[in-house]
Design a protein around this ligand. Structure first.
Ligand code: NDP
Length: 496
């Protein structure tokens, strides 16, 4: 068997060997075969990357580049991603085991992230404020922050990195990315494409490695102006505390336990598909997974029959195959975590209606887990309260709209929610009352770089996507210019 490829950090526009000379191995989760070795980053590598990003930020080639030209670079990067979409999609599927057709779909949309922020780059500006003194010109300016640190998880590496990278560059910052150690390859390739697109060396840097060894030093680096993180709520909380202690901002996209609510007036076949999409797509490894389905008692059996039949028919196997519907979990610990939760559910009194076993994916040998449905559960059980991040659905019946709202909101999380109804007024009422940053009605798992998303409660802080996120990557300056020629008045009173 040939030696696996070796991947280096990408610092200052160049592949860079790790300071300690150490590497770690990445494995294909569908087959458990080694994929590549990647540089094992540490505090010295992070320091080199932040230094390169600082130099790029201060370099007139970047600092003085017009906003229009920044937009051109983003557009070019989007175009290059489109040209390399198949290569990037395959890289991600091999790395994290998500279906190739899912990753092809994500890659088909990914250029839009860069094209959207390309269009926005020359529309970032301040305002003129009419203070009470007409001789004063008061204006605001939106300035870039400096070096932004981006820490991302393994489930959708390029999409989640781009949610940060595109607006951060659009606003004039430079970036150091620390991807999950399970998925280093595609993000390194993205950094190469950014250089090819014309971003100056050091504008986009990637240090690969582990959270404690490379992620933490990035968060703690004094040269960092901002940290943008997607990952678990536990890690997000630690990162937010560290950032607050140094008075830098953090944008956090964290976990979820999202309710997918099916009312008695819903189109049940559609709702059943929406429930399947919510939890079994991506093998449930998505922060927005609709992992709790709340269903009106009068349609409970019909919905469950449909969802169970579809779950049992799901084709588990090689994620590279067009016909596969469920790939492996991304690594061994994740599969063990999912299996552990289902065992815990059994101990708590849940009944496993279908699934509930690890499999090897029809002989592939990887970390697969069957699509699993838990019934006889209530909202106090840990399997219903905690994020599993796998293909495990908990089903909770309800009798009234009021009860559905209460169960849906009875969670520490507030990332997303789905509502299935044909009543327009009920759709509006639910959208109003659900404590979630995203509410989908008669659809689920829809996302666009144009539409802002924000986690409520412990699901996050700050906004990603849309025009709103630009505020996360800029600071506001207020400039006062006295145009009057009169002598300075009473120096002991405040001016307005
Ligand atoms: P983690 O929080 O474990 O890790 C996320 C990233 O943080 C990884 O790159 C990890 O490195 C790094 N990290 C871990 N510890 C530290 C630390 N002390 N300091 C700095 N960085 C650190 O999450 P997972 O990777 O397990 O991802 C799954 C989680 O992400 C789920 O809870 C899910 O809900 C959430 N998620 C949220 C999304 C959202 O938009 N809201 C989207 C996708 C996922 P490494 O793993 O390499 O050690």
């Amino acid at each position: 068997m040939p030696e696996p490829t070796t991947l280096q950090h990408f610092i200052g526009g160049k592949p860079t060997a790790p300071a300690a000379g150490e590497y770690f191995e990445s494995t294909n989760p569908a087959t458990r075969r080694p994929l590549y070795r990647a540089a094992r980053g540490n505090a010295t590598d992070i320091d080199r990357a932040v230094t390169a990003a600082t130099a790029a930020f201060e370099d007139p080639r970047w600092r003085d580049l017009s906003q229009t030209r920044r937009g051109h670079l983003l557009r070019r990067l989007g175009d290059l991603i489109a040209e390399h979409a198949e290569e990037l999609a395959r890289t991600e599927t091999l790395d994290n085991g998500k279906l190739l057709r899912e990753m092809r779909g994500q890659l088909a949309t990914l250029p839009e992230y860069y094209h959207y922020y390309a269009g926005l780059a020359d529309k970032i500006h301040g305002d003129v404020i009419p203070t009470s003194d007409r001789r004063v010109l008061n204006y605001t300016a939106r300035e870039p922050l400096g070096v932004v640190g981006a820490i991302t998880p393994w489930n959708s590496p390029l999409t989640l990195t781009s949610s940060k990278l595109a607006p951060a560059l659009c606003a004039g910052n430079t970036v150091v990315v620390k991807p999950s150690e399970h998925t280093s390859a595609s993000v390194l390739r993205l950094a190469e494409l950014a250089l090819e697109a014309g971003f100056p060396p050091g504008a986009v840097n990637v240090v690969t490695g582990f959270g404690a060894e490379a992620g933490q030093p990035l968060v703690d680096h004094p040269g960092l102006a901002k940290i943008s993180f997607t990952g678990s709520t536990a890690t997000g909380s630690r990162i937010a505390s560290a950032a607050a202690g140094r008075f830098i901002g953090s944008t956090l996209e964290l976990g979820g336990k999202s309710p997918n609510i099916v009312f008695e007036d819903a189109d049940i076949p559609n709702a059943a598909m929406g429930v399947v999409a919510g939890i079994f797509a991506a093998a449930g490894q998505t922060c927005i997974a609709g992992s709790r389905v709340l269903v009106h008692r009068s349609v409970h059996d019909e919905l469950l029959e449909r969802v169970t039949a579809r779950a049992r028919a799901i084709r588990i196997g090689d994620p590279l195959e067009e016909t596969t519907e469920l790939g492996p979990l991304a690594f061994a610990d994740q599969r063990d975590k999912v299996a552990g939760y289902v065992d815990l559910g059994r101990e708590e009194g849940a009944r496993v209606l279908t699934g509930g076993r690890a499999t090897d994916g029809g002989g592939l040998g990887g970390w697969f887990y069957e699509p699993t449905i838990l019934v006889d559960v209530d909202n106090s059980m840990r399997v219903v309260r905690e994020e599993i991040f796998g293909p495990v659905l908990a089903v909770l019946p309800f009798d009234t709209e009021e009860e559905a709202v209460r169960i849906a909101n009875d969670t520490e999380y507030g990332l997303a929610a789905g509502v299935w109804t044909t009543s327009l007024s009920r759709a509006h009422r639910m959208a109003d009352r659900l404590e979630a940053g995203t509410v989908w009605v008669n659809t689920y798992r829809a996302m666009s770089p144009m539409s802002p998303r924000q986690g409520f409660k412990t699901s996050g802080v700050g906004v990603e996507h849309g025009t709103e996120t630009i505020k996360e990557y800029t600071r506001l300056k207020s400039v006062w210019i006295n145009t009057g020629e009169e002598p300075v008045a009473d120096p002991f009173t405040m001016r307005s």
